[in-house]
Design a protein. Structure first.
Length: 343
């Protein structure tokens, strides 16, 4: 999630954070460019899943102060092998400056598309879940480019293959109206748009008494994680389908160390999913929506995908990994973004 990190590191840290403003239905339906279309079909089965996710979702980032937005697909197109001359051209021949950002020639583009199972007739779908805004671009109309990652610079010359991110270039003007730094945007590449038109809702938490929290024993591993903590505030949120319960756990300094989420069926009260979000070397619990008196939104829920149950996400800041989207059903599925986090 939010993603992001960026400009490079900053956007990774704010992936899946959000904005509370709403777009009108009219603006949501407008084309963003001549090459922009909105697809409405269901997700096609059998597409490539290199990281064994049921769907590969990517992120989009601004390229410095230029008019370029960049979608990295390096998580499914690794270029670590310095001897693989078919993955990247001879970087030293390009020169220290020109090699920092360059478009692929026909042969390298063909190799990239082949290895990622992408067709020229596929589309790149960019969906801002905070604003329920969708743009799509035909792959054949986008450049395939390589960009030096945010942790590398001219001082690292000569560059190595692993210093680069590989993906698609999009003109920023075609993403007008999207959230700042595209922090609430998800990207899918394929034949059909997988995103639902229903949109997501920010979770508006309400404090409740601890006795209202469902009675369910902690898992053994969660007990170990929470050893030495004490229960703090308890929260709830309800939709027509589900009720969400959140329990804070405080460390010895009364700082939030973890949160436990239970999502129950609103009618049967059956617990559908259980999640624990805790501090670690690379993670920390996010702030709850609106708790600091501002409009910042982290936690969202609703119908994100056409062919999947509802989702919930936005409970952890990720420093070293990528955010996950939780599917609300018994599968306990987590969809991790392919966010190309180089931290």
């Amino acid at each position: 999630m939010t993603i992001k990190p960026f400009l490079l590191s900053a956007c990774f840290l704010i992936l899946l954070s959000a904005c509370n403003k709403k777009e009108s239905a009219k603006s949501q339906q407008q084309d963003l460019s001549k090459n922009t279309t909105v697809e409405t079909d269901s997700l096609q089965e059998g597409e490539a899943t290199p990281r064994k996710e049921s769907i590969n979702l990517f992120t989009v980032m601004p390229k410095d102060s230029s008019d370029i937005a960049f979608v990295s697909l390096s998580d499914i197109y690794p270029v670590d092998d310095e001897k693989d001359t078919l993955a990247l051209p001879n970087i030293e021949k390009l020169g220290k400056h020109d090699a920092q950002y360059f478009a692929f020639s026909k042969n390298y583009r063909k190799r990239f598309l082949s290895k990622t199972n992408i067709q020229e007739t596929d589309s790149v779908f960019v969906y801002d879940y905070a604003k329920n805004k969708l743009a799509s671009f035909l792959v054949k109309n986008l450049k395939t480019v390589a960009m030096l990652n945010g942790y590398s610079s001219e001082e690292d010359w000569p560059y190595h293959n692993y210093d680069f991110m590989i993906g698609f270039e999009i003109n920023k003007k075609n993403l007008n109206g999207f959230s700042e730094y595209y922090r609430d945007a998800l990207v899918y590449v394929g034949k059909e748009n997988p995103f639902s038109k229903e949109g997501l809702k920010p979770i508006s938490w309400k404090k409740i008494a601890q006795k209202e929290y469902p009675s369910k024993s902690l898992k053994k591993e969660d007990k170990n994680t929470l050893k030495g903590t004490n229960a703090g505030n308890t929260y709830s949120y309800q939709t027509g389908s589900y009720q969400y319960f959140l329990q804070d756990y405080l460390d010895s300094n009364k700082i939030i160390y973890a949160r436990r989420l239970l999502v129950t069926d609103s009618k049967t009260k059956e617990i559908i999913i259980e999640k624990l979000y805790s501090q670690s070397e690379g993670t920390s619990p996010t702030s709850l929506n609106y708790e600091n008196g501002d409009d910042a939104v982290e936690q969202y829920t609703g119908k994100l995908f056409k062919n999947k149950p509802e989702v919930v996400f936005g409970f952890l800041y990720e420093s070293f990994g990528c955010p996950a989207i939780s599917i609300i059903d018994k599968s306990n599925e987590e969809i991790y973004l392919q966010c190309d986090n180089r931290h």
